[in-house]
Design a protein around this ligand. Structure first.
Ligand SMILES: C[C@H](OP(=O)(O)O)C(=O)O
Ligand SMILES: [Mg+2]
Length: 310
């Protein structure tokens, strides 16, 4: 059963119960390019008191270096080696399988940046629109060429998703030996644009699966690969002395529960207490695994308990 992290719980040894923190980014530290009030004071204070703070995000739109820059601009103390976006996980995974061919990316420049840093060749990333004047078949038949050196397809969030890109993605995946990786399966982004629904990477994965029949190797939360990347870099981390702070039950909290971390849900992003109650009352074990140990309205409330925010 989830508990509010109140003063009683907090003053009963909460801070001494963990040495490291995995903090989610979107919906916990910031929403898009706006820092969530009180988040930086809290995260920086945890680091000042000696906690190892590791930044984890399913958002593959930026490389580690770009996220480090974002942290600097928004005032979060960080270092590149403590930032784990799924864009970085893509390069780590391909290196781990000794991948030697070329990558086709339906995704953003963050993935391209990490592939470049890892020395893994890839086809250009960016807009690939269907020309307005052409009848699609004539253009696809005449202009759309596949690169025979491609041996892997990576699907991440791509704001320039297009018909040509989808044709290329599912055509490369006709080859069963073509490695198929997804950064995450989050179906949608949560935004303050309540009149709109904003598709995320999971929407592209479903479309590709409908046509190709292929299911991807998923690297982002709640899959363990992202956590395995962290453990590989920080082998001494003891999950019993760790806590994950997230805003999404189906990714952050589920990863925490499945890796033995304690879990703190903040209500500044995707999930709310109604969803927590539905998961608590569910007979489905997977849903039960999404119930956080603790919750708070926001990270600022932890900062207030710590006395670093008035
Ligand atoms: C995709 C993004 O990832 P996060 O930083 O929350 O893992 C989100 O859930 O909005
Ligand atoms: Mg989030």
């Amino acid at each position: 059963m989830t508990k509010k992290l109140d003063a009683t719980v907090f003053h009963n040894g909460f801070l001494n119960s963990f040495d490291f923190v995995l903090t989610d980014c979107d919906g916990v530290l910031w929403n898009r390019n706006e820092a969530i009030p009180g988040a930086k004071e809290t995260i920086n204070a945890l680091q000042d008191m000696g906690k190892t703070v590791i930044f984890v995000t399913n958002n593959s739109s930026k490389s580690r270096y770009e996220y480090h820059r974002k942290c600097e601009v928004l005032g979060f103390k960080s270092s590149v080696d403590r930032i784990f976006p799924t864009s970085y996980c893509v390069a780590v995974y391909l290196k781990s399988i000794d991948f030697k061919k070329k990558v086709y990316v339906l995704g953003s420049s963050g993935i391209a940046g990490e592939l470049h840093s890892a020395g893994i060749p890839f086809l250009p990333v960016g807009p690939d629109p269907m020309p307005e004047t052409e009848y699609w078949y004539n253009w696809v038949a005449k202009e759309l060429k596949l690169d025979s050196e491609v041996g892997a397809v990576v699907v991440g969030f791509d704001q320039h998703v297009s018909y040509p890109k989808l044709v290329k993605t599912v055509s490369y995946l006709k080859d069963p030996n073509c490695v198929y990786i997804a950064t995450n399966i989050d179906e949608q982004f949560q935004t303050d644009l309540k009149h709109l629904v904003i598709p995320g990477t999971g929407a592209f994965i479903r479309a590709v699966e409908a046509v190709s029949g292929r299911t991807p190797i998923v690297l982002g939360k709640p899959a363990k690969f992202l956590y395995d990347c962290i453990k590989y870099q920080y082998p001494d981390l003891d999950p019993s002395k760790g806590i994950i702070i997230g805003d999404r039950l189906s990714t952050d909290i589920l990863l925490g529960r499945s890796t033995g971390l304690r879990t703190l849900l903040v209500l500044t992003g995707v999930s709310d207490l109604n969803e927590v109650e539905r998961c608590s009352n569910s007979n489905c074990e997977n849903k039960q695994m999404m119930v956080p140990d603790y919750y708070l309205p926001s990270l600022a409330d932890l900062g207030r308990l710590m006395g670093v925010i008035q």
